[in-house]
Design a protein around this ligand. Structure first.
Ligand code: NAX
Length: 330
């Protein structure tokens, strides 16, 4: 076996962490023959619960898991890591708005950016899951100036998976037959789930569904509000599906995307599709040799243009709010 991939999961004692560490340990991300060293970070009051998670990982007897390092110290958690799943944050509760979360969470990602800069490999791939994910990823990168900006990303893969599942259910086909659903913008209710370029068994989704009003109406709002619907039903935010999406995201980044297919990731905007440069905007990306590139040249109609503008505006506002929180904390 090769030398282990060192992987950090923050918020490892939380509910997403609980599913995520199992999936990583089972080989779902880095491959069934690649050993992993799991660095599990949480806050001091959670060390008892984290110990229980470690006991369960041991009891799973997972062949890929070389060792497990539970810790409350970012210096230990981020030491020499190849990949980071930054999940640890305050979760959204029923009725809570994203803005309420911003101030509390931005500070966490500033500290973790500084620690990544100091202790992680410069090639580390960072996936931010904790909300507000796009803006947290931006702040994290800002405070890790010696790590390339391309190495930071935010998760919109859960939204992509939700969109894919809605289309598959509507058409009564297996999810794997639906390809190239796009999430544009922010992981929030302003996101734009777009299936204008998606296909089902090679046929355009718009043709297969044959109901533009649904695709431009209820389909979009169902995906946008799915997180809230899960909270209302479960009284807890999405966890199993979030962990699966985090694995999908990192697996695409690590292993690449198949020819002709793309996935959505929150990445630094270079101004593509008239978006504001510098915000962490979710785009369709191709990935090769562990490098993403924004899919260019997709036609954007007036309907889509309005949606991209709205979610881009929210990202700019979040960025400005986050910067003032960081400046005030200096
Ligand atoms: P939990 O509250 O179950 O777990 C969070 C864990 O993070 C806790 O164990 C907590 O002690 C830990 N934590 C808090 N501050 C920390 C710090 N500074 N360093 C390390 N660990 C810390 O929340 P969970 O349901 O697992 O959700 C985690 C985050 O994912 C939330 O911010 C949530 O909003 C976000 N989500 C993001 C999604 C996305 O698509 N991007 C979807 C799912 C989820 O809502």
């Amino acid at each position: 076996m090769a030398s282990p991939v060192k992987v950090c999961v923050t918020g490892a004692a939380g509910q997403i962490g609980y599913s995520l560490v199992y999936m990583i340990g089972s080989g779902a991300v880095f491959g069934p023959n690649t050993p992993v060293s799991l660095h599990l970070l949480d806050i001091p009051p959670m060390m008892g619960a984290l110990e229980g998670v470690c006991m369960e990982i041991a009891d799973c007897a997972l062949p890929c898991v070389r060792d497990v390092v539970p810790t409350a110290d970012p210096a230990v958690a981020f030491n020499d890591i190849d990949a980071a799943f930054l999940v640890g944050a305050m979760p959204r509760k029923e009725g809570m708005e994203r803005k309420d979360l911003l101030a509390a969470n931005v500070k966490i990602f500033k500290v973790q950016g500084e620690a990544l800069d100091k202790y992680a490999k410069k090639s580390v791939k960072v996936l931010v899951v904790g909300n507000p994910a796009n803006t947290n990823a931006l702040i994290c990168s800002q405070y890790a100036p010696t790590i390339p900006k391309e190495n930071f990303s935010a998760m919109t893969r859960l939204d992509q998976n939700r969109a894919q599942a809605q289309i598959a259910a509507r058409l009564g086909v297996p999810v794997a037959e639906v390809k190239n659903c796009i999430i544009w913008g922010n992981h929030s209710s302003t996101q734009f789930p777009d299936v204008r370029h998606a296909t089902v068994n090679g046929k355009p989704v718009y043709e297969a569904v044959n109901d533009d009003a649904w695709l431009m109406g209820d389909f979009i709002s169902t995906v946008q509000k799915r997180g809230g619907a899960v909270i209302a039903a479960r009284k807890l935010s999405s966890a199993m599906s979030a962990a699966k999406a985090a694995c999908d995201h990192m697996s695409s980044w690590w292993n690449g995307t198949p020819d002709g297919q793309f996935v959505s990731m929150g990445v630094f905007s270079d101004g593509s599709y008239d978006t504001a440069p510098g915000v962490m905007f979710s785009f369709p990306v191709h990935i090769k040799d562990r490098k993403w590139s924004i899919v260019q040249g997709l036609p954007i109609d007036d309907f889509a243009k309005g949606k991209l503008e709205a979610t881009g505006k929210e990202l700019c506002e979040e960025r400005d709010d986050a910067m003032s929180v960081c400046a005030a904390a200096q």
